[in-house]
Design a protein around this ligand. Structure first.
Ligand code: MEV
Length: 271
């Protein structure tokens, strides 16, 4: 019998790279999916090499097709997809396969190799509108970007740990924001995380230029995912208090923009 299974792409709202070192990150499944049928045919609208988890979505959908069963055994699929991700990326945190498996909006922390703690976040507020613009495909792979940060961490451990601690504070502020525990400026959190990623050195000059232009018209933007150094840095997520101002501006730059629908469903049967 033919079956078809799809798994979503993702964005990391806060905490990419830091999450590899045991710090928390927040990721959301988004409305772009990859599907595989039992004949192995793949269809996808998750852009490749943009930091949107296309390889994890592929791993998750492949594992799900392999195991089958109704309902899908999410734990088993997630573990299997993580092993596939390890083969491809070397040292992934596991956040990409986990968000693609379970979907939603996740708080995620890799405590140890065998203890990954995650929790669905249920927003108590109307989640802010987020927009995505592709800065272009990075010259580096995710594996290379993770290895680049590993080198930095090895050589300047304290400095990088301090930077990741700042990222952790941002992730916590975001949790307080969506639980309505504290008045927090969402745009400011995005901006702060971007500056930390720039200090880490994972954002290219051209992408920084694009982000500075967006800031000039009152937007706040950050890369999402592993980033890229030499040319472009993949997807950029953007917040603006007045979305139309942002949309008109991006149009004037001839940039294609898509709204990110957050909190989407994880791996599922399509037919
Ligand atoms: C990639 O989507 C996110 C990184 O933090 C790597 C990982 O967590 O495995 C850069």
């Amino acid at each position: 019998m033919k079956s078809k299974i799809s798994a979503p792409g993702k964005i990391i709202l806060f905490g990419e790279h830091a999450v590899v070192y045991g710090y928390p990150a927040i990721a959301s499944a988004i409305n772009r999916r990859l599907s595989i049928d039992s004949f192995g045919k793949v269809q996808s609208d998750v852009p490749i090499g943009a930091g949107m988890g296309s390889s994890a979505a592929y791993a998750v959908a492949t594992s799900a097709i392999k195991f089958g069963g109704k309902p899908l055994n999410l734990e088993k699929i997630n573990l299997d997809a993580y092993e596939m991700e390890k083969k491809r990326h070397g040292n992934p945190s596991g956040i990409d396969n986990t968000i693609s498996t379970y979907g939603g909006l996740l708080w995620y922390r890799k405590e140890t190799e065998n203890l990954k703690v995650f929790k669905q976040l249920t927003s108590k507020i109307n989640p802010p509108r987020l927009f995505l613009v592709n800065s272009g495909r990075p010259s580096e792979t995710t594996k290379e970007m993770v290895a680049y940060v590993k080198d930095l961490h090895l050589n300047k451990t304290q400095k990088i740990e301090d930077l990741f601690k700042e990222v952790e504070k941002i992730a916590k502020s975001f949790a307080k924001f969506i639980f309505n525990e504290e008045a927090v400026n969402f745009g400011t959190l995005i901006h702060q995380n971007e500056l930390l990623l720039e200090r880490l050195g994972v954002v290219s000059e051209s992408t920084k230029n694009l982000i500075r232009k967006i800031e000039k018209i009152g937007g706040m933007a950050k890369i999402t995912g592993a980033g890229g150094i030499k040319t472009d840095s993949g997807m950029v997520m953007i917040y603006h208090d007045v979305p139309n101002v942002l949309l008109d501006f991006l149009k004037s730059l001839n940039l294609e923009v898509k709204e990110a629908k957050l909190d989407e469903e994880g791996v599922r049967y399509e037919e």
